[in-house]
Ligand binder design. Sequence first.
Ligand code: PLP
Ligand code: SF4
Length: 338
Amino acid sequence: MITSSLRTQNTNTPWKESLRKAIRDPNELMQILGLPKTSSSLMTALSSSFPLLVPRSYVARMRKHDPNDPLLLQVMPDARELLEIPGYSLDPVGDRHAEPLPGVLHKYHGRLLLITTGACAVHCRYCFRRHFPYAESNPARRDWQSAIDYIRCHTEIDEVILSGGDPLMLDDEKLQRLIRKLDAIDHLRRLRIHTRLPIVIPERVDDALLAWMRESRLQLIVVTHVNHPNELDDEVGNAMLLLHDAGAFLLNQSVLLRGVNDCSDVLSKLSMRLFETKVIPYYLHLLDPVRGSAHYDISEKTAKGLIRDLRQRLPGYMVPRLVCEKAGEPNKTPVLDN
Ligand SMILES: *Cc1c(COP(=O)(O)O)cnc(C)c1O
Ligand code: SF4
């Protein structure tokens, strides 16, 4: 069953238009920011499996003429990605061992994570999923039926997490079909959506999306991914308010990244700005040691110092939990600062 309001959605939807117009050419990005051209042979080497992709509204939040802009540093390919450094692997979090079905990750008690799509609206260079074999892991085949059957058989699961890639890259029609199937499973209580789309293309939060969110009987949690306060402009703030008004709890996870947010001033501004947009800082992740990301890494000692600073400067509810992910652990591992 497809509602008529969603049927009218087509490729001219504003968010899809923004995605279509996203920047894919490193030199175009450099030109917009008033920075020198990059070496094209280097970009070819870097782009084969994980090319540059960044929407224009996100670029508009970058500072001109600044090669070290914290938003630019998250998306611009870098020669150091080609280094093979011991300890930085293709599957650092052991996801391939927790996959009972393609695209279904059941690592933690009561929560099941669905890889809904491999696609994202932005390519973050440090992403631990950049080497994930999405083509083999597609639970959307046969309209999610095997994933739905698996959840039905596991009555201890009370929360489904839609992840990716980015689940909000899927059409609202498709998402609505999936959510209706989940709604019909009695033991489910919560639906969580891990997404960066409202941040990089805030117009993704449109009427069609809010309609299926409001329709679901499940408690809805939207977990955004923001690393720097400059990512949160008024348009993003507005998108967050719309999600909040539709009944979603809003949480954020960040990754601690060298040169981007490894400073307590930036992190405390980030927490405050998140809270102003109704978002609670949830996790601050130590970088997963994925191949090609070593140049973003921060030592555990520095990370603990940053959290200690935040705890002194901010109300407790604005201090994110510092965690890392270890293969085989039954939960995200807290990194304690004592
Ligand atoms: C992070 C993660 C979750 C959710 O963990 P929470 O601590 O509940 O946020 C669930 N499943 C997988 C596979 C994860 O990586
Ligand atoms: S949006 Fe998320 S999944 Fe996609 S590249 Fe960025 S960090 Fe990775």
